[in-house]
Design a protein. Structure first.
Length: 134
């Protein structure tokens, strides 16, 4: 996704290009692994690295976090102690504003979920537009 954005950044509007200039991907699990996720192991990593994940958000100046496939209980664990203004987007996605981090978070589907690429794209674009307009 990141390479596609960078390759096509000249074809999108200036405002969108500025919004997408700094895209970061942060994994909860900080070690390599296989194709299957062990939830117990992932919880252990979230508990161990939650402060580092928050620090990465601050360090990168992240305006928007797309939490792809992360269960809500795990997001609450990662951002424990961080003030949250929680609501839903018009299409039902969970949206948090994290004033301390100056970031918006959208809880979204895992990129490998069994929805069509078109549906994934349109749902996410609609949610991002809504959040950016706030």
């Amino acid at each position: 996704i990141i390479n596609t954005i960078k390759a096509n950044i000249d074809k999108i509007g200036h405002f969108q290009a500025m919004m997408l200039r700094n895209v970061a991907v942060v994994n909860i699990k900080k070690e390599g692994g296989g194709g299957q996720t062990d939830v117990t192991e992932l919880r252990r990593h979230a508990e161990k690295h939650h402060q580092a994940i928050c620090n990465q958000t601050i360090m990168h100046g992240t305006d928007l976090i797309i939490a792809g496939g992360i269960p809500i209980w795990m997001l609450r664990l990662i951002y424990e102690g961080v003030e949250k203004a929680e609501n839903n987007t018009s299409n039902g996605l969970i949206h948090w504003y994290l004033p301390e981090l100056k970031s918006h978070l959208i809880k979204y589907h895992h990129p490998a979920c069994r929805k069509s690429h078109k549906e994934l794209h349109l749902t996410l674009v609609e949610a991002v537009r809504e959040v950016i307009a706030l």
